[in-house]
Design a binder for this molecule. Sequence first.
Ligand code: 3PG
Length: 305
Amino acid sequence: MRTLIATEKPFAKEATTGIRQIIEGAGGTLHLLEKYTDVNAFYDAVATADALIVRSDKVTKAVVDAAKQLKIVVRAGAGYDNLDLAACTARGIVAMNTPGQNANAVAELAIGLMIYAARNTFRPGTGSELKSKKLGIHAYGNVGRLVAKLGKGFGMEVFAFDPFVPNNTIAQDGVRVCASVEELYGTCHYVSLHIPATEQTKKSIGRRLLSAMPKGGCVVNTARKEVIHEDELAAVLHERPDMKYMTDVAPDNHTALQEAFGARYFATPKKMGAETAEANINAGLAAARQIVNFFQNEDRTFQVN
Ligand code: 3PG
């Protein structure tokens, strides 16, 4: 069982050590390709791998073609839009994610970005508080649930919309259920995005939803840049001097937004929602255990293709 970790953005050292212990403890070998800048290095390293662990690294058809022996790829994280599932399936490669393992880190960053927005990105002047503001959770999955809980801790009034989660399971957390996505944006001062990037969600957050937000509206995106309609976001920020956009996934028009909107716009220099030792350890070790379980017990829990 030859396992490759291919991470352009490496795991914390403790996570790599833990992964090694699990893989070697099961009789396998672990190989590392970290901080690679040339995709050819990925093609070379994956050629002899039976199992692959990645983060946001793109597992394209070309990677799959190069991975002649690959049986399983685990995305150590939640979103698996970086995996070419069709290519994996065509080759009989099992693709998995590790849902929930890095959720707390992302949720904490979402709240951090809200505070940063409320305090004018730490520029001098009068800010505001999260307390008593309405917080909208767009998609009530592992991260959304934790943001809701943290928001309540700050005294926020929490609302959620998720077409795939039954309303009663949202309401039982003391969160108010919105009947539509329009109601969520029309109600909440802060909307925290937790939707995946799919053909249905790409560019789905645009003028219609953003301009419906109440005065002082702020969208926090720790999900994916693709879900935002960037031109419409820029237009709404121009039209509404009260609106803010804080993101952990910088849009393609980052420089233009940064120049135009000052304290009303912020993007982290590199996606860092899951960049904590804890999240790396949780997701990395879960990935290693899933690989061992797959080879030893044919366990396919968390398969996404
Ligand atoms: C995820 O989908 O789990 C997050 O976006 C984390 O991505 P990362 O592993 O590249 O930090």
